[in-house]
Write a protein that binds this ligand. Structure first.
Ligand code: ATP
Length: 235
């Protein structure tokens, strides 16, 4: 479904990712792990059209999408939840969700994803008039994912969805991500602390210094002493 081939992206001449190649197939959760500054966010930004890669290719459903503007990439079926979520804090939950559906102008096209978001996150339905900025951290993450789902993506990219959340809420977010995968949305998940993510993932990559240094199926990575020591910490 998604093939990233030899992607390099630079900021002011300095390469943040260098020759990164990853793949995500339909029905998969793929995790990209790595320390602060490893280039994880840059990779997602380069796929989503927020940053323009310097070289390499991004191929989605057989067609190149690198160099396309972000809205064109969203329209092809890739949704992206950035690390800072970019919610509109003074707008209601309802308005934030409706802003996610701008690509689907017809009313009928908006209702189906909204019902799906309410099924996944009943809490959002209870809080439709509440300002997004007053939601708890976990609820804001749910809203950000919900808003991304309003575009009916086939690939959902999430940047550190567990950041700053209590362990129980992290587990809830991970369960939701697994459920989305089971419902047919492929997931590309960036996580600094890969432990929880690898538990639900099918495949994983570890970035270090802007390059892929390790990759494998998630079970192999979880059993790899180097990964556990460097990226998962001791239990
Ligand atoms: P974190 O887990 O801390 O978010 P990351 O793995 O997502 O880290 P990136 O945010 O992709 O890493 O950053 C990779 C490198 O690119 C870092 O050295 C960072 O300082 C640099 N960088 C990121 N964004 C910019 C920018 N807009 N301008 C200049 N340098 C940047």
């Amino acid at each position: 479904m998604l093939e990233v081939r030899g992607l390099s992206t630079a900021y002011q001449g300095l390469l943040a990712i260098q020759g990164v190649s990853i793949e995500v197939d339909t029905g998969e959760i793929v995790v990209v792990a790595g320390a602060n500054g490893a280039g994880k966010s840059t990779l997602l930004k380069s796929i989503s059209g927020m940053e323009r890669p310097r070289s390499g290719e991004v191929v989605f459903d057989g067609a190149r999408i690198d160099g396309l503007p972000g809205h064109a990439i969203t329209a092809r079926g890739i949704a992206y939840v950035p690390e800072n979520k970019r919610l509109f804090p003074r707008l209601s939950v309802s308005d934030n969700l409706r802003l996610g559906s701008y690509l689907h102008r017809k009313e009928a096209d908006r209702e189906a994803p909204l019902e799906r978001v309410f099924t996944l996150f009943p809490r959002l339905k209870e809080r439709l008039p509440q300002r997004a900025g007053t939601l708890s951290g976990g609820e804001q993450q749910m809203l950000a994912i919900g808003r991304a789902l309003m575009t009916r993506p086939r690939l959902l990219m999430l940047d550190e969805p567990s950041l700053g959340l209590a362990p129980l809420i992290v587990a809830e977010v991970m369960r939701t991500v697994a459920r989305l995968r089971d419902e047919g949305v492929a997931i590309l998940l960036v996580e600094q602390n890969a432990r929880a993510a690898l538990q639900i993932a099918d495949h994983g990559y570890v970035l270090d210094g802007g390059s892929v240094v390790l990759q494998g199926d998630s079970r192999t990575l979880q059993g790899d002493a180097r990964v556990v020591e460097t990226y998962l910490g001791t239990l």
